[in-house]
Write a protein that binds this ligand. Sequence first.
Ligand SMILES: [Zn+2]
Length: 107
Amino acid sequence: MEFAAQFDNPLICLEDLEGIRDRTGWSGVYSWYFDQLRRFITYKAEREGIRVESVDPAYTSQTCSQCGERGDRDGDHFACSSCGYERHADLNAAANIAVREGEPCTD
Ligand SMILES: [Zn+2]
């Protein structure tokens, strides 16, 4: 949780992975990986008193997981005009585990 310690009032936003799974039909290693990641982060955060909020992936699927800027989503494809990052849109969204300074996750 070192990355959260830099904030006075951190709030961790985790994607609602059930939604991603429903839409993409992910199974096997992907859903196992994200389940583990999500559990690990939630566990660590709760131990340190950091709030964790689930967000609808629709809110973050347009946010670049590399630079945090808003990118362009075209179907399953995500492209960031700020840093040039490109990825499958749902993989990009799933990587958006954001730490914020006490702000709502759904801006
Ligand atoms: Zn970017």
